[in-house]
Design a protein around this ligand. Structure first.
Ligand SMILES: Cc1ncc(COP(=O)(O)O)c(C=O)c1O
Length: 405
């Protein structure tokens, strides 16, 4: 949201801020005070319960709320209660990584079921859908998720799951969640949305029709690039119970230290997202129209094909920007090498700015044909814009552009 919109409640962008959650400002407060935190000593911060098992009162009477830490434990329970509040769900399960969370969602389907998935997804999600689940008798069709009619055309009686990412990694494509939810509903399929790039502060998929939200907590929720974790949140009791059972039986749980770090990150999520968005907007505007730049991918630019949908379903456009340079891979390599404040690394959503070339880094496991099908050019550069001083980031982008020209 622009500064003008933020300070003028009648500005149309400020109205968008009330989409999704009952009030965006409330999410800032809930990130700090939300959850079921309660400590017997009155500790302000939920402690790290480094503990595996719990004493029963008798063989037939547990006596307390926890039995064994793979099933539940206080630090994780506190995190899950905050995630429930932030995503507007009734059930949240935390996982050992974003991928463990994605896998839990995909394992809702059975042999003989059909999945309609986006054709441009995070590389490992794509791998699970193409290399793993088909081996268990699940059929997957990849579609252009930006086009609800394409999703409609591919759904059939066996379709049990529609799986979307919005915005997508790395091309920042936008799915019209409400429209795709209507299609999934009509097909009696579950709609799962990966909310990693937006975070619950910018987008509330459950509120606009998704059945399940999945996200990598490693990114914006944690916010400091120091913990790996993931989550699944839903407002459907039956789905929530099935996911909790998958969490317990498969056992891909985050440890209490990771839960503590992510819960701490949630306290500053709102403040960080404001700054990520403002910095990313400035970077995208600087790149847009520069003679060395062929294409900028940022949903906040009016020229982005998903801009109108993003403006409707998100409160702001996020901290991720991607670009292609006229000089292709060579120019991309020079651009990246010249940067000083942006670090060359995978991942995103941390306070520090990162730069990467998806075809060579995050998406390196995709074949040339798969990269092509996903629309990922070899020279595509992805920026995770951090919360450093904006002038320093813009100076770094200038250095990159100069080197690429
Ligand atoms: C959109 C998206 N979903 C899921 C994941 C997987 O998360 P994790 O690395 O925590 O397993 C990533 C990781 O980059 C991602 O970008």
């Amino acid at each position: 949201m622009s500064d003008q919109a933020r300070h003028d409640p009648d500005h149309p962008d400020a109205q968008r801020a009330t989409n999704g959650a009952d009030d965006c400002g409330d999410l800032y407060t809930r990130g700090i005070h939300g959850g079921d935190h309660a400590d017997q000593y009155g500790a302000l911060t939920t402690p790290i319960y480094a503990n595996a098992t719990y004493e029963y009162e008798t063989a037939t009477n547990l006596g307390g709320p926890h039995r064994y830490s793979r099933m539940s434990e206080p630090t994780r329970e506190d995190l899950e209660s905050v995630l429930r509040e932030l995503e507007g769900g009734t059930h949240a399960s935390a996982f050992a990584s974003g991928m463990a969370a994605v896998d839990a969602v995909l394992s809702l389907v059975s042999a003989g079921d059909h999945v309609v998935a986006g054709d441009s997804l995070y590389a490992e999600t794509h791998d699970l859908l193409t290399d793993v689940y088909p081996r268990y008798g699940v059929e997957v069709t990849h579609v252009d998720m930006t086009d609800p009619s394409a999703v409609q055309a591919e759904t059939r009686e066996e379709t049990a799951l529609v799986y979307a990412e919005s915005p997508t990694n790395p091309l920042l494509q936008i799915t019209d969640i409400e429209a795709v939810a209507a299609v999934a509903d009509g097909a009696d399929a579950v709609l799962a949305v990966d909310n990693t790039f937006a975070s619950p502060v910018l987008q509330q998929p459950l509120e606009i029709g998704a059945d399940v939200v999945v996200e990598s907590l490693t990114k914006y929720l944690g916010g400091h690039s120091d913990a790996i974790a993931g989550a699944v949140v839903t407002d459907d009791e039956a789905l929530g119970e099935r996911i909790a059972r998958i969490q317990y039986t498969r056992g891909a749980i985050p440890g209490p230290f990771e839960c503590f770090l992510i819960r701490r990150g949630a306290k500053t999520l709102g403040a960080r997202m404001d700054r990520h968005c403002e910095n990313a907007r400035a970077v995208a505007e600087k790149l847009d129209g520069h003679p060395a730049v062929e294409t900028v991918y940022y949903p906040g630019l009016p020229s982005h094909p998903g801009h109108d949908v993003a403006a409707r379903q998100m409160t702001d456009f996020g901290g991720m920007v991607a670009l292609e340079l006229h000089g292709g891979v060579e120019a991309a390599t020079s651009f990246v090498a010249a940067m000083e404040t942006f670090t060359i690394a995978e991942s995103l959503g941390g306070v520090e700015s990162l730069v990467e070339v998806p075809a060579a880094m995050t998406h390196q496991d995709l074949s040339a044909r798969e990269l092509d099908a996903a629309g990922i050019d070899e020279g595509l550069v992805r920026l995770s814009v951090g919360i450093e001083r904006r002038a320093d980031l813009l100076a770094d982008v200038s250095r990159g552009l100069e080197a690429a020209t």
